[in-house]
Design a protein around this ligand. Structure first.
Ligand SMILES: Nc1ncnc2c1ncn2[C@@H]1O[C@H](COP(=O)(O)OP(=O)(O)OP(=O)(O)O)[C@@H](O)[C@H]1O
Length: 665
C-alpha cells in the first residue's frame, strides 16, 4: 500500500485546505450552481481553463507534433448503429446495486470497496495501527453508513478483504453478487439486503432530427470511434504509409451511476486520445523503442494483483517487453511516452504507477492494457488508459458497412495459396434482403478462412448456412445454396491486405489536472521575524511551462512614476507570448505575491524606486522566494528561457545579481 499522502515538503496533505483554495480562487465550480447544481457537472474558472489549455498545448506538442500524428476533430453526436457495431450498446456498462427500501443506487464495485475499506480501517484502529483507505468526500460524509459492527477482524478475514480489493476490477455482476452475500454488505443507510447488481449503460441517448420517434443516437463516451470510422481517409492522407497514428481532443459523456470525488468522476469531460495503427505481422515493433528501452517504470502486473497483492516492481521497459510483462514494443513505447508527458506536466514520479488490467477487466478483444494510475487523497486512480485493442474496431465496422478499413500493400514477390472464396448471388440477395442486403454482404465478406471452411461443409451437408449479422433482426441470418457458394480456389496475391491493430493511449484531462494540483500543493510556513505568529501560506508549484499565468507584475505602490514601467513590461512580455498580470492593489507586496503563489504563478517582477533611477527590476521565483535584480531586457529574456524550459532558476540565479529584500507583509 502506498505511503500516506504528503506534500513535497513532507507535510501531511490536507484535501480540505486545497479544496477551499481551489474554490476561493475560482479554479472550478459546480455547473448550474444558482439552480442548485447538477451532480457530476463542473465549470472551469479562469485558472483551470488556462491550465487545461496549456495541458492541451503541451499534449499536442509532446504527442501529435513529435510523433507526426494526424489530428482530427470528429462529432460528438453519433448515430446508434455505430455504437451497436462497436459493442457499446451491449457492453458499455457498470454494475449498480439498488437499495429496495430507500431507492438509493450505488455503483456496485465502489460500494464493496468503500465497505471493505471502512471495515479494514475499523480493524486497524482497534489494533492501534494506521491504514489508508479512500477518504470520503463531502457528499459521502453526510451519509451515515450502517454496517456490521467491526472492532477487530480475524487475520484470515482481513487478508481476504485485502485480496478481494486488489482484484476487485476482475469481477462481473455474478461475482459482485457473491461478494455482497459473502461479506454481508447491506444498504449503507437502511441496513437491508440490496437488489442483485444490474448492468447500467453509461451512454447518454438522444434524438437526432425532428422525425425520430425513438432515441436514435448517443453522445460519444470516448473519441475513438470517430477516428476509426475515418481510417480509410487518414491512411490515404498518410499516403498509404504504415504505421501511423490519429489523435483527437474533445468532450466525452458518460452517465456515471454515482458521480463523486469532484473532477475525478464526472458526466462530461475532456479526453485526449491516440489511435496508433500497426501491422500485426510486424510483431508490433516500434522503430523508436531503442531510444526508450532503458527508461524505468513502476509496474503492477496482473499476476501480482490476482495473487491479492499491490506490490509494484521497478523495471526498464526493455526488460518488461523482453520478459513479456508488457506485450509488445509499441505498447511499451507509448507507456514510456505517457510517463514522460506526466512528469513534464509536474506529476510526482513517486505517485505514478502503471497497473496492468486483469483478464476479466479487459475488453474481450484487447491483447493487453495498462493504466497510468496517480496516487492522491482518493487512493490510486486510473488517469490514462493504454490498451492494445487488436483489430477489433476496424474489423467490426468493416463487417457491418463493407467499407475497406484495411491496408493494401504491394508485394515484391507474388504469393500463391489456397483460399475459401464465397460468391453471393446478388440478383437474388437484393430482392430477398432489400435494405439489409449490404449488411449481409459485409458480414459474409468479413468471415474468416476457418469459418469459411466450416461453412463450406455445412452448405454441402444441409444446403444452407447461418451467419452472425449483429444488429440485423435476431442477429443471425440464414443463406441457402441458391444465394451462396463456397469454394476453395488457388489465389495468386500481388497485394497483401490486412486490418491493422490499434494501440490506444486515452487521457482523461480533468483527472490528471486534479492530481497535478494535489501533487504540486504545499504550505509554506512564513517565519518572518516581524510576524507575531508564524503563518501558513499555500503554494501551487506548477511548472512554468503549464502555469496559467507566468508572471505577476507588482509596483511597490501606486506611485505614478511606476506606471510607464508596468506598461512597457507588459508589452515586452506580451510580445514574447508570456502570460502576465498586474496587481496594483493596495495590499502589501508579500500579500500580493502570496495570492499568486496560490494560483501557481511562478515568477514575480517588482517595480520600485530603484527602477525609476536605473531601470532595473527584480525577479522573484515562487518556490524559493529568492530574487535577482537586472535590467528589464535581461529579466524578460531570463523569464522567456525559464518558461520555455531552456534555463533553470539555479542558472538564472548564478548569472544575475542577487537581490535581498524582505517581502513586506
Ligand atoms: N467519469 C469520468 N470522469 C472523468 N474522467 C473519466 C471518467 N471516465 C473516464 N475518465 C478518464 O478517461 C480515461 C479513459 O477512459 P476509460 O474508458 O479507460 O476509463 P474507465 O476504465 O472507464 O475508468 P473508470 O474505471 O475509472 O470508470 C480514464 O483514464 C480517465 O482519465
Amino acid at each position: 500500500m502506498a505511503s500516506a499522502t504528503t506534500t513535497k515538503t513532507g507535510q501531511p496533505f490536507d484535501r480540505e485546505v486545497l479544496d477551499s483554495l481551489l474554490k476561493r480562487t475560482g479554479f472550478y465550480m459546480p455547473s448550474f450552481e444558482i439552480y442548485g447544481g447538477e451532480k457530476g457537472l463542473f465549470d472551469y474558472g479562469p485558472p483551470l481553463t488556462a491550465l487545461q489549455s496549456n495541458f492541451v498545448d503541451l499534449w499536442r506538442k509532446h504527442f501529435v507534433l513529435r510523433e507526426k500524428m494526424l489530428e482530427v476533430d470528429t462529432t460528438i453526436i453519433t448515430p446508434e448503429p455505430v455504437f451497436i457495431t462497436s459493442g457499446h450498446v451491449a457492453k458499455f456498462a457498470d454494475f449498480m446495486s439498488k437499495d429496495p427500501k430507500t431507492g438509493e443506487i450505488f455503483r456496485t464495485d465502489h460500494l464493496i470497496k468503500q465497505v471493505l475499506g471502512a471495515r479494514l480501517k475499523a480493524d486497524q484502529d482497534a489494533r492501534g495501527q494506521t491504514i489508508e483507505v479512500e477518504k470520503p468526500d463531502e457528499a459521502q460524509k453526510k451519509k451515515k453508513i450502517k454496517d456490521v459492527k467491526i472492532e477487530k477482524l480475524d487475520d484470515a478475514v482481513a487478508q481476504e478483504y485485502h485480496e478481494t480489493l486488489a482484484k476487485l476490477d476482475n469481477y462481473d455482476g455474478d461475482g459482485f453478487n457473491e461478494l455482497i452475500k459473502k461479506f454481508e454488505i447491506k444498504g449503507p443507510t437502511s441496513g437491508v439486503d440490496l437488489d442483485p447488481p444490474k448492468p447500467f449503460n453509461l451512454m447518454f441517448q438522444t434524438y437526432i432530427g425532428p422525425s425520430a420517434d425513438k432515441p436514435n443516437g448517443y453522445l460519444r463516451p470516448e473519441t475513438a470511434q470517430g477516428q476509426f470510422l475515418n481510417f480509410q481517409k487518414l491512411l490515404e492522407f498518410n499516403k498509404q504509409k504504415m504505421p501511423f497514428a490519429s489523435a483527437s481532443i474533445g468532450k466525452s459523456f458518460r452517465n456515471e451511476i454515482s458521480p463523486r470525488q469532484g473532477l475525478l468522476r464526472v458526466r462530461e469531460f475532456l479526453m485526449a486520445e491516440i489511435e496508433h495503427y500497426v501491422d500485426p505481422e510486424s510483431g508490433k515493433k516500434h522503430d523508436k523503442f531503442d531510444d526508450v528501452k532503458d527508461v524505468e517504470l513502476t509496474l503492477l502486473n496482473r499476476h501480482t494483483q490476482l495473487a491479492g497483492s499491490e506490490k509494484t516492481e521497478v523495471m526498464t521497459i526493455g526488460d518488461a517487453v523482453a520478459k513479456k510483462v508488457v506485450d509488445n514494443e509499441t505498447l511499451g513505447y507509448f507507456i514510456v511516452r505517457i510517463q514522460d508527458f506526466l512528469l513534464k506536466l509536474g506529476i510526482d514520479k513517486t505517485k505514478l504507477r502503471f497497473r496492468q488490467h486483469m483478464a476479466n477487466e479487459m475488453a474481450h478483444y484487447a491483447a493487453d492494457c495498462w493504466d497510468a494510475e496517480l496516487y492522491g487523497s482518493y487512493g490510486w486512480i486510473e488517469c490514462v488508459g493504454c490498451a492494445d485493442r487488436s483489430a477489433y474496431d476496424l474489423t467490426v465496422h468493416m463487417r457491418k458497412t463493407g467499407a475497406p478499413l484495411v491496408v493494401r500493400e504491394n508485394l515484391s514477390e507474388p504469393k500463391k495459396f489456397q483460399e475459401y472464396q464465397i460468391d453471393l448471388n446478388k440478383k437474388k440477395l437484393g430482392p430477398k434482403f432489400r435494405k439489409d442486403a449490404k449488411a449481409v454482404e459485409a458480414a459474409v465478406e468479413g468471415l474468416s478462412q476457418d469459418l469459411r471452411e466450416k461453412l463450406s461443409l455445412e452448405l454441402k451437408d444441409s444446403g444452407k448456412i447461418t451467419i452472425d449479422t449483429p444488429g440485423l433482426g435476431s442477429g443471425k441470418t440464414e443463406l441457402d445454396k441458391d444465394l451462396v457458394t463456397i469454394e476453395q480456389r488457388e489465389v495468386i496475391q500481388h497485394v497483401r491486405e490486412y486490418t491493422p491493430n490499434v494501440i490506444e493511449p486515452s487521457f482523461g484531462i480533468g483527472r490528471i489536472l486534479y492530481h497535478l494540483l494535489e501533487h504540486v500543493f504545499w504550505t509554506r510556513q512564513n517565519t518572518d521575524p516581524k510576524d507575531a505568529e508564524p503563518s501558513a501560506r499555500n503554494v501551487l508549484s506548477l511548472p512554468p511551462l503549464i502555469a496559467p499565468i507566468k508572471v505577476l507584475l507588482v509596483p511597490l505602490s501606486s506611485h505614478p512614476d511606476f506606471k510607464p514601467f508596468l506598461r512597457s513590461l507588459t508589452t515586452m512580455l506580451d510580445e514574447l507570448d508570456i502570460t502576465n498580470s498586474i496587481d496594483d492593489s493596495s495590499a502589501s507586496i508579500g500579500k500580493r505575491y502570496s495570492r499568486n503563489d496560490e494560483l501557481g504563478t511562478p515568477f514575480g517582477i517588482t517595480v520600485d524606486f530603484q527602477t525609476v533611477k536605473d531601470k532595473t527590476i527584480t525577479l522573484r521565483e515562487r518556490d524559493s522566494t529568492k530574487q535577482v535584480r537586472a535590467s528589464q531586457e535581461d529579466i524578460c529574456q531570463a523569464i522567456e528561457a525559464l518558461v520555455k524550459g531552456r534555463e533553470t532558476w539555479g542558472k538564472v540565479q548564478s548569472r544575475l545579481p542577487e537581490f535581498t529584500s524582505q517581502e513586506v507583509d
